[in-house]
Every structure is written in C-alpha cells, then in structure tokens.
Design a binder for this molecule. Structure first.
Ligand SMILES: Cc1ncc(COP(=O)(O)O)c(C=O)c1O
Length: 385
C-alpha cells in the first residue's frame, strides 16, 4: 500500500545456516546423500521418560495458561540444579522459565537496556545476540576475538573499547567456537563489569556438554549476573521451546511483566516434560560421550586434510575451522563441498560478519554413523579438491 514501509528494526540479517539447510534439503529431495553438519541440533531428541511425561501430562493435568515465570515445581527443580552443579543457592523465585534461550534474550535485553544503549558482543559469536539487540534499537558493539585468547574476550580487550558500554553478552562454552572461559577469567571479567556498572549476561546453554573441565557459571563469581540457559542442547529438547533466565532481583518484576505481555506464559506441556528431563543425567551424559567421539573423528579428518587450525573445542558441539589457507571464501567452499560430497557446513559469516569468510563451523551433534561417514568423505575431499 502506498505510504507503508516495513520498520528499520525488522531489517535484521538472515541466518545463512538456514540457506545451507535449504540447499541440503533440496539435494536430499533429489535422492542424493546429505550429511548434516550445519545445524546445531542434538540428534535423536530427549530420552523416552521425557516423552512419557509429556504423554502423561496430556491426560492428567490442566494445560491451560500457567503463570508467566513458569510452573513453581520446575523453577524449584532448576534452582536445585544450581545447587547440585555449581554449589550456588538460588531462590526459585529468581528463575523465570522462557520460550527457549531465545525468549530469555528478548526479555533480558528489554528489561536491562534502553534504546540507544551499547552492548558488547564478541565476534565470532551467536548471531541472534546482535540481531535481537539491533531489533530493539540497542547498539551491538562487536568485539573481535582470536586464537590468542581462545576466541573469548579479555579484560585488556574490554579496557581498549571506547565510548559508553551498558552491557556485555558472553557464552561459555560458546557457539561457534566451543571455547570456554575459566572461572578465574570469568571472575576477572565480572569484576570489570561490576566496577563500571556494566550488565553481564552469560549464555550457559551449552553447560553439561563439556569435554575437559565442567563449565563455571557466572553465578559462582557474580551473584547479580543475568544467566540464560535452555532445555534445547544438553537436554536435547530443541522443538519444545523451553529455556530459562536467572534474574537479578532488580530485573525480576520487569521481566515477569514483559513476559505476561509478550507471550503470557511458557508452554505448559513442555514444562511437564522438562521436569522429567531434569532427572535424565546418565542418559544425557551418554550423548555427551557420543559428541566427544564425533568431535575426535572430525578433528582427525580435518588434520589429515590439512586443516589443523581449529579453535580448542572445550565444549558445545562445534568446530570453528580456519580455512584461509584454502584460498577460497567460506561461502564458495561450503557450496562446492555440498555439491561434491553432500556434506553441509556453515560458512563463518553467520558468526563473524567481518572475518567469517575465512572460517567454517562444523556441527558434530549428529548421529555417530553419519558423522563417521562424513569425516571419511571430508578428509578424502580435502586432500583431492
Ligand atoms: C549460543 C546459543 N544460544 C542460544 C541458542 C538458542 O537456543 P534456544 O533453542 O533455547 O532458543 C542457540 C541455538 O543454537 C545457541 O547456539
């Protein structure tokens, strides 16, 4: 209609990974083999008792609207997780159950920042941080990181930033690199934030999926940090759309009021399933053992194919691989790899808009047999191509 135009806030960048997925699906529809190493989704879904709990809930509990911050029983169970995993005592009232970690970001950013505020986001990093901030008219300040600091920000790098800073968003383990911050590094960054009145938000969605040391929570070093987590990754419940926010006291009421108005309450049936998921530690740890085998296979294949510069994969299920020596931009490299072998990877520009054409992200969350076959094909192609 004349005179109408879409808002500037809606003009966020698309996820390139979704375009890769579409190309891979077209190829599969034509009957060709496809190896999905592009999407960060655990294969197989949650363990059977979680599905059983959802089936039981269908016939036995009210599935009407719940309270905006979530079922009390689930909030209490999540609070126990903090005591058991990290030795942190939290009142369940500070836990707000959300529509995935994604929903938690929207609530946290709205409650903590005003339009025009500036929030530091490491690059490479998960693209939704900067895209959601932009959609809310908050300015993301990209902080480039590299191998010298395991692709994580340092206090020195934060000190070198100019202009006012209102927030800092971190992830440990991170996507796309899989690298972690030690407790001491986290404490130093949290102290930097505290001294300058900067809000610290730590995305802990990959906690539980670690290969060397368990991940430290921001709450171990900074009781007023905002912490985001989700049932999507460790608990293998991507499509159930359930996550949570550990909220500092001053943001609790704003976050709950925003949740009431933005989506009323998180899914009730998903919350009943999530209660059962919290008891599934051994089955889920077996998945982590599978990711580790996948990781080791792919690292060996990449090395055999001459790609040895890989961010240290401490956790999550990704490899961030330097392909600059191949002399081909990542988007062209990924397109050709898909056409010639059926292996789908994600070009790095999703995660690092400036330097990402030199990198690819490989997800190793898929089934073991598929990853093993892909690793063999990848090594052979790298040597040949
Ligand atoms: C670092 C990170 N944070 C958040 C999300 C979104 O998670 P959710 O499914 O809980 O919305 C993802 C998904 O890939 C992620 O990698």
């Amino acid at each position: 209609m004349p005179g109408l135009r879409p808002s500037r806030r809606g003009a966020v960048a698309p996820f390139v990974v979704m375009e890769v997925l579409a190309a891979a699906n077209r190829r599969a529809a034509g009957g060709a083999a496809v190896f999905h190493l592009e999407i960060g989704e655990p294969a197989g879904g949650p363990p059977e008792p979680v599905l059983e709990a959802a089936r039981r809930a269908l016939g036995s509990v009210s599935l009407g609207y719940g309270e905006a911050p979530g079922l009390w029983a689930l909030r209490a169970a999540i609070a126990r997780l903090y005591r058991d995993r990290y030795g942190v005592d939290l009142p369940p009232a500070r836990i707000v159950v959300t529509a995935g970690a994604s929903g938690a970001f929207v609530l946290a950013f709205l409650a903590a920042f005003d339009a025009g505020d500036r929030v530091v986001v490491p690059s490479p990093g998960y693209p939704a941080y900067r895209n959601i901030l932009r959609a809310l008219d908050v300015e993301p300040v990209l902080l480039p990181t590299g191998p010298e600091s395991r692709f994580q920000p340092t206090v020195a790098a934060l000190d070198a930033l100019s202009g006012p800073i209102h927030g800092l968003v971190l992830a440990s383990p991170a996507n796309p690199t899989g690298t972690m911050l030690s407790r001491a590094e986290l404490a130093a960054i949290a102290a930097w934030c505290r001294a300058r009145g900067v809000r610290l938000l730590l995305d802990e969605i990959y906690h539980g999926i670690t290969y060397e040391e368990p991940a430290a929570s921001a709450l171990e070093v900074e009781p007023e940090a905002i912490v985001v987590n989700s049932f999507s990754k460790y608990w293998c419940m991507t499509g159930w759309r359930l996550g949570w926010l550990v909220c500092p006291e001053d943001l609790l009421e704003p976050v709950i009021r925003l949740a009431q108005n933005l989506y009323i309450a998180p899914s009730t049936i998903a919350q009943h399933a999530a209660l059962a998921a919290l008891d599934q530690g051994p089955a889920l740890d077996a998945r982590v053992a599978l990711y580790r085998r996948n990781r080791d296979r792919l690292v060996a294949a990449l090395r055999a194919g001459g790609l040895a510069r890989i961010a240290p994969p401490d956790g999550a299920f990704y490899l961030w691989v330097d392909i600059r020596d191949r002399g081909e931009p990542a988007t062209a490299f990924c397109r050709r790899l898909l056409e010639e072998t059926g292996i789908a990877l994600t070009p790095g520009i999703d995660f690092d808009p400036e330097r990402g054409e030199g990198w690819v992200r490989i997800s190793f969350a898929g089934p073991e047999e598929e990853v093993a076959r892909a690793a063999e094909r990848l090594a052979a192609w790298l040597v040949r191509a």
